[in-house]
Design a protein around this ligand. Structure first.
Ligand code: LLP
Length: 429
């Protein structure tokens, strides 16, 4: 469910007409709905709270999905924690109002300076992925006179996800320490002055739409918790990662309700019953995915004997998912097509100079003309956060809507900002 819908023939974000945003802010522009973000966070949080009665269930929003300041502040105000993967994300989470005590630092390759920043900031937990990182973290924390709480991210050798590039849990992937290693590392860490190991973490992939793979991985994790405890280790926390998927391809009037979230929460509750561990969750896409759209304008039509190209002002640098993962995004024209209107099969492409800059091929849409606005739906997760300035295209603007209000939460990058920070080498005039 989301809050983008037609009203009197035009597409609205909550109570705001998207034509008004396009007029005032220009295109392309990402538009996010506060009500949708809030709804999904609340649904998810309530479902996870039911997984371990009597124990806190920590929700750390995976901010890599969407790190717009307005989105972050919305979630921080709801009491969410943040899952971060770089010093930049930690800094931004702090700036958005997430308390350090609710920040988790994950990631395969944390630099010494990043670990030092995290420890000094006093974050809740570091998710350790290699033995080298364990040693480095302990050294850094000791130097700072601290003992950092941490967990081991374990690779359960169960991969899943909507695309090979976003599967993380298989042993062939680069993520986490192995099930065999973790016993030895736990024992080693017990003698380290700079870290206190609190438990385990796991994350198997992204855009996973059924609970089976999670269940298989989490069963292994539960058994590992019990085995480590039997060896005399303290295992108080179990961070279960993110990865729950969302529907990208749906009829306009379809209400998903909480189905998948509840099935997932039910499975977790059953598996973890009696384990007496604090659970953590790291959802990204599920919270923000269908809370955002990319609004773009048709620039040109390019009819060919065999097909028709629709050239829009957004490109793969603004929304990389179709080019990178063959991802599907629905396209809704901002002017509501008349009932039964004839459609044309368009190849929707951006202005970038490579054929990969194709959003979709042969998509049936109502007839469009230059100047018309269309929206790429379900672009709130891994849209703006993965954008670049390829082809020297400025980063697009981002807008947050709340009811009948909207605010530019990131202005379009100026050409001065885009090219003005380069420096010529001294040997060239
Ligand atoms: N925790 C960890 C350790 C992760 O690596 C990720 C995502 C998450 C949580 C959040 O996963 P989510 O709930 O959003 O599925 N750019 C890709 C998705 C990459 C996901 C990377 N890791 C896409 O556009 O589909």
């Amino acid at each position: 469910m989301h809050h983008f819908a037609y009203r009197d023939g035009a597409l609205f974000a909550e109570d705001v007409d998207l034509r008004e945003i396009a007029d005032k802010v220009g295109t392309p522009v990402y538009v996010y709905s506060s009500a949708t973000i809030e709804r999904h966070y609340r649904l998810y949080e309530a479902a996870m709270a039911s997984t371990a009665p009597g124990k806190p269930a920590h929700v750390f929003y995976a901010m890599k999905a969407n790190s717009n300041l307005g989105v972050l502040k919305t979630l921080a105000a709801l009491g969410a924690g943040a899952d971060t993967v770089s010093e930049g994300e930690i800094r931004k989470a702090l700036a958005a109002g997430f308390p350090a005590s609710k920040i988790v630092f994950s990631g395969v390759g944390k630099a010494e300076s990043e670990l030092a920043f995290a420890v000094e900031a006093g974050i809740y937990q570091v998710n350790i992925e290699t033995e080298g990182e364990l040693d480095l973290l302990s050294k850094v924390a000791q130097r700072l006179g601290k003992r950092q709480e941490a967990v081991f991210r374990v690779n359960p050798d169960i991969g899943a996800g909507g695309h090979a590039k976003i599967t993380t849990g298989s042993s062939a992937n680069k993520f986490g320490v192995s099930f065999e290693e973790v016993h030895r590392l736990y024992a080693r860490a017990a003698n380290m002055a700079g870290v206190r190991i609190m438990g385990l973490a796991v994350h198997i992939g992204s855009q996973i739409r059924e609970v089976d793979a999670f269940e298989a991985a989490y069963t292994k994790m539960r058994d590992l918790v019990l085995a480590l405890r039997a060896e005399g280790h303290r295992v108080d926390r179990l961070d279960l990662g993110g990865g729950l998927g969302i529907p990208y391809e749906v009829p306009k009037d379809f209400d998903h309700g909480p189905g998948l979230i509840e099935a997932y929460a039910g499975m977790v509750a059953k598996l973890m019953q009696g384990l007496d561990a604090e659970l953590g969750f790291e959802p990204g896409r599920l919270i923000v995915g269908n809370a955002g759209i990319l609004l773009t304008k048709v620039l040109h039509l390019n009819p060919r004997p065999t097909k028709e190209f629709l050239v829009v002002d957004a490109a793969m640098n603004d929304l990389m998912r179709p080019a990178m993962y063959e991802a599907y995004h629905e396209i809704w024209p901002v002017a509501e097509p008349a009932e039964g209107a004839k459609t044309i099969a368009y190849d929707v492409v951006g202005p970038i100079c490579e054929s990969g800059d194709t959003f979709t091929a042969g998509r049936e849409l109502s007839a469009l003309k230059p100047g018309d606005l269309i929206a790429f739906m379900t672009a709130g997760a891994y849209g703006a956060s993965m954008s670049s300035t390829y082809n020297q295209r400025p980063l697009v603007a981002e807008v947050l809507v709340k009811g009948d209000k909207f605010a530019v939460t990131r202005p379009r990058q100026t050409y001065e900002e885009l090219i003005g920070t380069d420096r010529a080498p001294p040997w060239l005039p």
